[in-house]
Design a protein around this ligand. Sequence first.
Ligand code: HEC
Length: 91
Amino acid sequence: MRLAAALLLALAACSSGRPRAGMSDGERTYRAKCTSCHRVYEPAEQTPAQWSQTLDKMEALKKVTLAAEERAQILQYLSGDAQAAAPAPLR
Ligand code: HEC
């Protein structure tokens, strides 16, 4: 029983943090938080700077409440997953 739990933990540790085939954590968070009210906007529709403003606007209008981590994940996804490999810049 303990061994199974340890194995599960190890598996979970290995599978987190890296982009996998399919959806990244950022995309998953984005879809969960941002697409209940309107269509799924594509990352390419805005520049990273615009996305940051859009997130500000959605939060300011009380459309969505984001934890700092969720915001960072969503911004990474929307800014292009290529940048997701690097640590989030402090803006
Ligand atoms: C509770 C509903 C709701 C949620 C959740 C929501 N939005 Fe919106 N969003 C709106 C409404 C309403 C508008 C259009 C009206 C407006 O511009 O004020 C809008 C407009 C937009 C637009 C169009 C451009 C613009 O600035 O008007 C973008 C892009 C957008 N949302 C992105 C997001 C993102 C990213 C998230 C997640 C962080 C999000 N939305 C979550 C309601 C929502």
